[in-house]
Ligand binder design. Structure first.
Ligand SMILES: Nc1ncnc2c1ncn2[C@@H]1O[C@H](COP(=O)(O)OP(=O)(O)OP(=O)(O)O)[C@@H](O)[C@H]1O
Ligand SMILES: [Mg+2]
Length: 472
């Protein structure tokens, strides 16, 4: 179960990966790292004890724009476990009946099965590509059998008597030898990439698309039944002949052969199991489904409803999916929310109990903001540099400029609403508006932004209490 990728995912490695993208927030990084590692640890334990070890679900609490969602996003890119991220608010939308809370588990299973399929396709890639090669050669120089069939077919239509089975004549044998050696030569040219542009006709099986879109009711989704898919199993797969280049054909045929080589039922079962044992669900914006006290009507009813629906899933229940039933006991849930109006204590008590691990994220200081501008991989500053580099403009910022942007952003966060690092986005956009507009005419030039430029552009805006409400 523990593959090499898992081995390498020590808590320290996870934290240092997150450090590449997220400034600060050490506690939150450590908590998710430990929770992830414990899941890998559990998998190597004997069944009896592994069954008892429930995941320590996490609740990340912190002001807006300090990196909660960002941590989830980066984690999902790192782990090899099936991972999905949902917004709790998605289940409250008024009049939205289709998406029930359980659908998050079905999405997780779907993701997991797709991951397993991808891996299995990877495993048969070599075999698939050698089969595709044969099919391309067949198209370039058809095998003998096919040629005969065609001529038999012609006999039926022309009403002539069919040829008797007989040993091939000397002429035919020579022709066949000739054909085989041509095929071999073509094979060599193919391998050397000399035929990539050549057009060939291939037969592709299309995924039967049923003409009318078939709607399943909400109940159908609950049972995990997809009518369109059921029907496509009934109708035979359509074949279609297409003329394409060898290069394109290879892509199509390799995918088709790989699809045939993979045992889909086994992949489904493995995917199901993987979701059940290793799955991670990140529930974002959980504070938005908290409601202040009871006795309210209106939207609060549906909010509390979402929480009640979440309970059994977080607690451990069975959800039906189209691959079969899945237990949620060992799925790890990480929830996050700003909780600035609501408190975690405004969640229904049972739900609070099921998210025992609380981690607080810190508000961002001026220092953090300055680091966020430049330190993370593909930081905001890097992004603007990259954009302008396409116009052949070399953009750079002095240290003083970065300091000044952070200083003004922190001041804005203090004096108006604290929106964390999101403030940097609006500041940068205002700061660089002119340069971005002129960039196309600045080709070949270097543009350096220093602290004076920053003050010139932004300080007036920050100082003007009316204007800043709209611009920054
Ligand atoms: N600590 C940080 N390090 C680097 N970038 C950050 C950090 N915090 C926030 N950001 C950046 O700020 C933006 C908003 O962050 P994020 O989406 O994580 O906010 P959040 O904590 O989920 O807020 P909300 O509660 O409003 O959802 C993102 O572009 C993110 O990259
Ligand atoms: Mg968020």
């Amino acid at each position: 179960m523990t593959d090499a990728r898992n081995e390498a995912l020590t808590p320290r490695a996870i934290v240092s990966y997150l450090d590449r993208y997220i400034v600060g927030q050490r506690k939150a990084k450590r908590a998710v790292a430990v929770a992830l590692r414990n899941r890998i640890r559990r998998l190597v334990l004997p069944e009896e004890i592994a069954r008892e070890i429930a995941p320590k679900n996490i609740l990340m609490v912190g002001p807006t724009g300090v990196g909660k969602t960002e941590i989830a996003r980066r984690l999902s890119q790192l782990v090899s476990a099936p991972f999905i991220k949902v917004e709790a608010t998605k289940f409250t939308e008024v009049g939205y009946v289709g998406r029930d809370v359980e659908s998050m588990i079905r999405d997780l299973v779907e993701r997991s099965v797709q991951m397993v399929k991808h891996r299995k396709i990877e495993e048969v890639r070599e075999e698939a590509s050698s089969r595709a090669r044969e099919r391309i050669l067949d198209a370039l120089i058809p095998p003998r059998k096919v040629q005969e069939k065609v001529s038999d077919f012609m006999h039926i239509f022309s009403g002539q008597p069919q040829k008797e089975e007989r040993p091939p004549t000397e002429d035919e044998e020579r022709a066949e030898k000739q054909r085989l050696s041509t095929r071999e030569r073509l094979g060599r040219m193919l391998d050397e990439g000399k035929l990539e542009g050549r057009e060939i006709e291939i037969e592709i099986s299309e995924n039967a698309q049923v003409g009318i879109p078939v709607m399943g009711g909400p109940g159908m989704e609950e049972m995990g039944i997809n009518i369109g898919e059921m029907l496509s199993g009934i109708f035979p797969k359509k074949k279609k002949r297409r003329v394409v280049t060898v290069e394109t054909a290879r892509g199509i045929l390799e995918a088709e052969e790989a699809e045939k080589l993979v045992d889909h039922e086994a992949a489904a079962q493995e995917g199901l199991k993987k979701a059940q044992e290793e799955g991670i669900v990140f529930i974002d914006e959980l504070d938005k489904v908290a409601s202040a006290g009871s006795g309210h009507s209106g939207p609060d009813v549906s909010r509390e409803g979402v929480q009640r629906d979440l309970l059994p899933i977080v607690e451990g229940c069975t959800v039906n999916t189209r691959y079969g039933p899945v237990r949620t006991d060992h799925i790890l849930f990480i929830a996050a929310g700003a909780f600035h109006k609501m408190k975690p204590s405004d969640l229904v008590p049972e739900l609070q109990g099921r998210l025992p691990l609380r981690v607080e994220l810190d508000p961002l200081s001026e220092d953090d903001l300055a680091r966020i501008l430049v330190e993370p991989e593909h930081s905001l500053v890097d992004q603007y540099k990259a954009l302008l580099s396409t116009e052949n403009v070399v953009l750079s910022f002095t240290d003083g400029a970065v300091r000044e942007i952070a200083n003004l952003a922190a001041r804005m966060n203090r004096e108006t609403e604290d929106i964390g690092a999101r403030r940097l986005h609006t500041m940068m956009e205002n700061l660089l508006e002119e340069i971005q507009f002129d960039a196309s005419e600045l080709s070949g030039q270097e543009v350096t932004v220093d602290d004076n430029n920053v003050r010139d552009k932004l300080e007036i805006l920050v100082a003007d209490t009316d204007v800043r409400k709209y611009l920054l």
